[in-house]
Design a protein around this ligand. Structure first.
Ligand SMILES: C[S@@+](CC[C@H](N)C(=O)[O-])C[C@H]1O[C@@H](n2cnc3c(N)ncnc32)[C@H](O)[C@@H]1O
Length: 214
């Protein structure tokens, strides 16, 4: 993924205004952002003693909705500016800087989690990379019986994907890899996951993944 340095620079620059930019946002690709995070937290069914990892934690918006002490929250991100914001919002959280497209990210955490969560981050990666990252996370970091929940720019099937591509043509980013649940369900199943998908807004949905191993 050669453009990863540019993406990191982009997120470093965006960190300062990210929260203000998204407040009440009702345009693609963040249409329904608040509702998506709300449904996400419901789907995650976090229990008071859970240890949770937020992948692509950004400024900590998802973590802020989890209703557990900071000490039970781990966050991963490649942007130091985003991590600074997340640390201010969650002083007790355990934050690590890592690039999911570079060697060595898996070794940055030596812990298992009840929930591995990620919002609006995996569309950075092509589908094959998404699945590889998910497999590694599940086998190294997920506790038995744990859940991976992904909320992201996503569509139920290819027909919805293509009609959204037309409807949101002015904002559609050809360098990003939006999800299509129907197209990914077999691949995820072959990779050892069982998947439940819920479309939440016109352009975002939530994946609940359980890991059956290889
Ligand atoms: C659109 S923001 C989402 C932030 C937050 N999860 C939210 O819902 O508001 C995407 C986040 O993923 C991080 N990110 C993107 N690509 C990454 C990569 N290759 N490795 C680690 N973090 C990455 C960015 O720095 C950014 O904080």
């Amino acid at each position: 993924m050669p453009h990863t340095n540019q993406r990191k620079d982009l997120f470093d620059k965006w960190a300062g205004t990210y929260d203000a930019d998204l407040r009440g946002e009702e345009a693609f690709p963040f249409l329904g952002y608040d509702a998506v995070l709300q449904s996400f937290v419901k789907r995650a069914e976090i229990q008071p003693a859970h240890r949770v990892l937020d992948v692509g934690i950004g400024t900590g918006n998802l973590a802020s909705r989890l209703n557990i002490p900071d000490e039970q929250i781990w966050g991963l991100d490649f942007s130091s500016a985003m991590l600074e914001k997340a640390q201010l919002a969650h002083p007790g959280a355990h934050l690590v800087q890592a690039d999911l497209t570079r060697e060595g990210w898996l070794e940055k955490l030596d812990s298992r989690f009840d929930r591995i969560l990620s919002s609006y981050t995996f569309h950075e990666f092509p589908d094959a990379v998404k699945v590889e990252i998910l497999k590694k996370m599940a086998s190294y970091w997920l506790k038995e019986g744990g859940l991976i929940i992904i909320g992201d720019i996503s569509f139920q099937n290819l027909a919805d994907y293509h009609s959204a591509q037309e409807r949101f043509a002015a904002w559609w980013d050809g360098d990003e890899y939006y999800w299509c649940a129907e197209a990914l369900s077999d691949v995820l199943c072959q990779a050892g996951f069982s998947m439940y998908y819920e479309q939440v807004s016109a352009c975002a949905g939530i994946y609940q993944l359980t890991w059956k191993g290889c």
